[in-house]
Design a protein around this ligand. Structure first.
Ligand SMILES: C[S@@+](CC[C@H](N)C(=O)[O-])C[C@H]1O[C@@H](n2cnc3c(N)ncnc32)[C@H](O)[C@@H]1O
Length: 721
């Protein structure tokens, strides 16, 4: 693989193959169901579904969706100068956030348990006439997979995924599932079974659109969010909304000379308590009550004017409006509007959720540094908010366009372009002072107060970059560029093993009792005798005599090394060292496909090797002062049957980080093809440079996605005048 001259081949582990051999399904059992699910004996035998639909005690959901072990391929790593890496864990092996392109069921099966909050907004069950969001072939397949079996099919499809989500949650973790009237009631019953009835936390009603007339019924204007926890002790931080003007007028009636509004609050609480001295006068609390404060606090509040006296001499406490947290939020949310057509956050596809909604959810169930995941992330609303709030995150989507939109959205948070920063201030930033990174590292770089404040706030939050990782659909040309470490990780995954987290450098992975050694990435890297010796010693040091099994995986083994391994076993060293040879399979060949798809014929759809689209050049035509037309109509998908479905533009491309210019994240036209709706990338766009000095040189970049999961980019310098 790495350094291989044969990019059109895939890896085989001498018979083990890319698909793990059958083994017992694993994962937690579903919780014991509550007594009240049991039918009273007097009714005789009445069948009651106690298990989630599609669940099987022995196979879990693997009967319907067999497990397939494929490695992740990192196709992009976005890091910034000011990056402060998070803790390295099994979930975050690079200390960076992770964005996956693939079917979330299979991606989740490859991840370890350690998530604090999962929010999902899965495709709703709304019959077959679902409007495509992004138009990828994958997305189309996913929808036909979902609708195939009507409501039961949808429920089994979702249950298999909810089950994995439960496995991934920490004991204090929570899940919010965003649905609407079509299926929320069915899904709630299933969640009772998967998460446990007692782990239901709240059913939130979010008023999604303004109430409109509907002659036939009360208009359906809300979505439902089902909140469950992994155990009975989820994290929760109450949330508050601002008081309405009407409430302020009627409740905060007092106004200080400096204009501060206040209300007068009771000075007592229930339960008999002692008398206290108020401004030199001893006052008994009314019977059955006590004064709310200690004598010390009373003296302090009187001195500061917080306690005042009514005409009848009763003490009252001044509660200021500007110190009020607001009104506590309940389970009906009517104060969060949908993303409107003018909103800065709007990308331009249906179902985009407002950031304010995710802000409330994430703030209510997590703290700074916690891990938030969205496995149906769409345009990345959850992850953008998680990034802004200093949470670590995991994202996943089956559409490559959705992944590209999310990646771009996060990049814009990490390094807002010159344009975005300039809009925030009155004075122009000089050349070289534009990047957020620079400001974070050196807040004195710019005199602009707002930018500084933002930078200081940001500097208090953990800011890691992120990687974009493919599962199942691999970019052929990148397979040849793996580092030794990435290669080991890749081979480990192919073998169905876990990476070794211990400190012994001779052990690279573990599968059951077996310890693994993985040779170098080059096809010329053969395993040498001294490596066998060192590995054998490590196996002996780490395992009891009856468990000393070591597997060495590599492109080849030096004959002397092989001899050495045989001698070790022959001389009763109580260690077995086996060797597995790596082999490359032709990608185009049927052998590989049938090997992968023997478990499930549908798996052939999401197992593919692809090439990025070719973007030979960007055509540039000057239309007027600072105004240009850009043309990438020569861009082509390099994958058989593929077509370009989206184009993104960054007119201020810097530091190698692509972050699309606002309004240029999703450039596409809707196309009907044989009655089927789809998209075609808009390859010609116009743009007027506003905040650039005439005659300066800028770099522009264009990124295109095809409908088979390929993404390509072209950057070009130009002089603007
Ligand atoms: C309703 S949208 C999510 C929108 C998102 N909340 C936002 O604000 O942008 C549902 C997403 O689920 C994705 N999806 C559908 N099936 C999937 C699967 N099996 N695995 C991962 N993502 C999937 C779709 O591509 C789509 O982007």
């Amino acid at each position: 693989m790495a350094e291989s001259e044969k990019p059109n081949e895939a890896l085989d582990l001498d018979g083990e193959g890319l698909v793990a051999e059958p083994r017992p399904a694993y994962g937690p059992e579903i919780p014991q169901q509550k007594e009240f699910f049991k039918i009273p004996a007097r009714f005789g035998h009445v069948p009651v579904a106690e298990e989630p639909l599609g669940y099987d005690k022995d196979r879990r959901f693997e009967g319907h969706y067999p497990r397939i072990e494929l490695p992740f391929q990192a196709v992009d790593v976005v890091k910034t100068g000011a990056e402060r890496l998070g803790e390295v864990t099994e979930l975050f092996p690079q200390g960076r956030n992770r964005l996956f392109f693939g079917d979330c069921l299979h991606v989740m099966r490859m991840l370890p348990e350690s998530i604090d909050l999962i929010y999902i907004d899965p495709p709703f069950f709304s019959g077959r006439n679902y409007n495509l969001l992004f138009g990828d072939k994958n997305e189309v397949r996913s929808f036909s997979d979902i609708w195939e079996g009507g409501m039961p099919g949808y429920i089994i499809w979702l249950n298999a995924r909810l089950y994995e989500m439960k496995r991934l949650l920490k004991p204090t973790g929570s899940i919010f599932v965003h649905l609407d009237w079509h299926a929320a009631h069915y899904v709630k019953c299933e969640m009772d079974r998967i998460f446990g009835y007692e782990n239901f936390v709240s059913e939130i009603v979010w008023q999604r659109v303004t109430i409109h007339g509907d002659a036939k019924r009360f208009a359906n204007v809300h979505d439902v969010l089902l909140w469950y926890s992994e155990s009975e002790r989820p994290k929760h931080f109450p949330q508050y909304a601002e008081h309405s003007d009407k409430y302020i007028e009627s409740h905060y009636t007092g106004i200080d000379s400096d204009g501060r509004r206040y209300q007068l609050d009771n000075a007592t609480a229930a339960g008999q308590g002692p008398a206290r001295i108020f401004a030199g006068k001893k006052l008994e609390p009314p019977p059955g009550t006590h004064w709310r404060w200690s004598q010390e606090n009373i003296d302090e509040y009187i001195a500061s004017g917080r306690i005042i006296f009514t005409k009848t001499g009763k003490p009252r406490y001044k509660r200021y409006l500007d110190q009020s947290k607001g009104v506590i939020i309940g389970s009906i949310w009517t104060d969060i509007p949908p993303v409107n057509s003018q909103a800065q956050e709007r990308i331009g596809y249906p179902t985009q959720k407002p950031e304010q909604l995710l802000h409330r959810i994430i703030s209510s169930a997590t703290e700074t540094g916690d891990v938030v995941a969205d496995f149906f992330c769409g345009g990345g609303t959850t992850l953008a908010v998680a990034q802004k709030l200093g949470r670590r995150w995991i994202g996943c989507d089956i559409s490559r366009v959705a992944v590209a939109l999310t990646a771009d959205r996060i990049a814009r948070i990490l390094a807002p372009s010159l344009n975005d920063l300039r809009k925030q201030k009155s004075k122009k930033i000089k050349k070289g002072e534009s990047l957020f990174d620079d400001i974070v590292e050196n807040p004195t770089l710019t005199s602009v107060e707002e930018a500084k404040k933002k930078a200081v706030e940001a500097s208090l939050l953990p800011t890691t970059g992120y990687s974009v990782e493919h599962w199942g659909i691999y970019e052929v040309n990148r397979l040849t560029k793996l580092s030794a470490e990435e290669f080991r990780r890749f081979v480990c995954r192919c073998y169905g093993a876990r990476e070794w987290t211990g400190s012994d450098p001779n052990i690279h992975g573990v599968k059951g009792n077996e310890l693994l050694f993985i040779g170098g990435p080059k096809e010329t890297d053969v395993i040498r005798p001294e490596q066998v010796k060192a590995f054998a010693q490590s196996v002996i040091a780490s395992r009891k005599p009856e468990e000393r099994v070591g597997i060495m995986i590599g492109w080849g083994m030096d004959p002397k090394a092989r001899q050495y391994a045989e001698q070790l076993m022959a001389h009763g060293e109580q260690v077995q060292i086996h060797y597995i040879k790596l082999r490359l399979w032709p990608l185009a060949g049927e052998e590989l496909k049938s090997h992968v798809t023997r478990k499930h014929p549908k798996y052939k759809d999401f197992f593919a090797f692809i090439l990025p689209p070719d973007v030979p050049r960007i055509g540039i035509t000057r239309l007027g002062p600072m105004k240009y037309r850009f043309d990438v109509s020569e861009a082509r998908s390099m994958n058989t049957g593929g077509k370009i479905i989206n184009v993104q533009w960054d007119f201020d491309f810097r530091n190698g980080i692509f972050s699309a210019t606002q309004g240029y994240q999703l450039c596409r036209k809707e196309k009907k093809d044989k009655g089927q709706s789809g998209f075609e990338g808009e390859t010609v766009v116009e743009y007027a440079f506003e905040d650039v000095e005439p005659s300066s040189e800028v770099t522009i970049a264009c990124r295109v996605q095809d409908d088979l999961g390929g993404e390509g980019m072209k950057a070009q310098k130009m002089k603007v005048e």
